[in-house]
Write a protein that binds this ligand. Structure first.
Ligand SMILES: Cc1cc2nc3c(=O)[nH]c(=O)nc-3n(C[C@H](O)[C@H](O)[C@H](O)COP(=O)(O)O)c2cc1C
Length: 187
């Protein structure tokens, strides 16, 4: 089984990195591949619609490898902070670039290999709507890949880098969900 983890934050060793580490703590290293959008060379989607005629992007950069990994994964877990009620820009750039897969699925009628996805998200404040934008974007990101959204865990009130490490309940909850996810079940 191939598991792809996506680190949405541009800050290394922060709260969302910690969530992902807990979530995948029972997976063996040969099963897991990690993508870090902020460390990749990804141009922004140009909106040129080349992909809607061909199923491929006109741009050649690290996204070629990302697309291959997204298609090969059996499970995808995204871990991200909230930036202005959405995704950090480097991660959103990756999301926009899956439009060729959306085109293959919805214009050319291609069937994607089956996979399931999970979301971990963290923000500093506590508003009821805090994760609304992130959830919608990730649900549609997953959908473009033919990836079934199995739900998410959401953490409010964490701002300082790594402050979530102090939260024992968070750790237990994330590790338990990770175990279920690796078995393909929803907790
Ligand atoms: C540019 C920027 C925008 C942010 N926007 C929000 C926001 O809209 N709402 C919120 O609750 N926290 C916001 N935060 C705080 C982060 O979500 C929070 O610090 C989170 O724990 C960072 O996770 P990380 O350590 O994985 O990077 C923002 C932080 C930055 C740097």
């Amino acid at each position: 089984m191939k598991i792809l983890g996506i680190r949405g934050s541009p800050r290394r060793g922060g709260n969302s990195d910690q969530l992902l580490e807990w979530f995948l703590s029972e997976a063996t290293s040969d099963m897991v591949d990690i993508l870090t959008p902020s460390q990749l060379h990804l141009q922004f989607c140009r909106g040129c619609r080349y992909c809607e005629n061909t199923g491929f992007c006109v741009i050649r950069d690290d996204m070629d490898e990302v697309i291959r990994k997204l298609l090969e994964a059996d499970r995808i877990v995204v871990s991200t902070p909230v930036f202005f009620y959405g995704l950090p820009a480097s991660f959103k750039a990756l999301v926009d670039r899956v439009q060729p897969l959306w085109a293959r699925r919805y214009i050319f009628g291609e069937t994607m290999p089956e996979k399931i996805g999970f979301l971990l998200a963290v923000g500093a404040t506590r508003g009821e709507q805090l994760f609304k934008g992130v959830v919608l974007t990730i649900r549609y990101f997953f959908d473009a890949l033919g990836c079934v959204y199995k739900g998410g865990l959401f953490f409010r009130g964490f701002d300082v880098s790594g402050s979530i490490k102090e939260c024992v309940v968070c750790q237990e909850e994330v590790k338990a969900s990770g175990r279920y996810f690796l078995r393909g079940e929803k907790r």
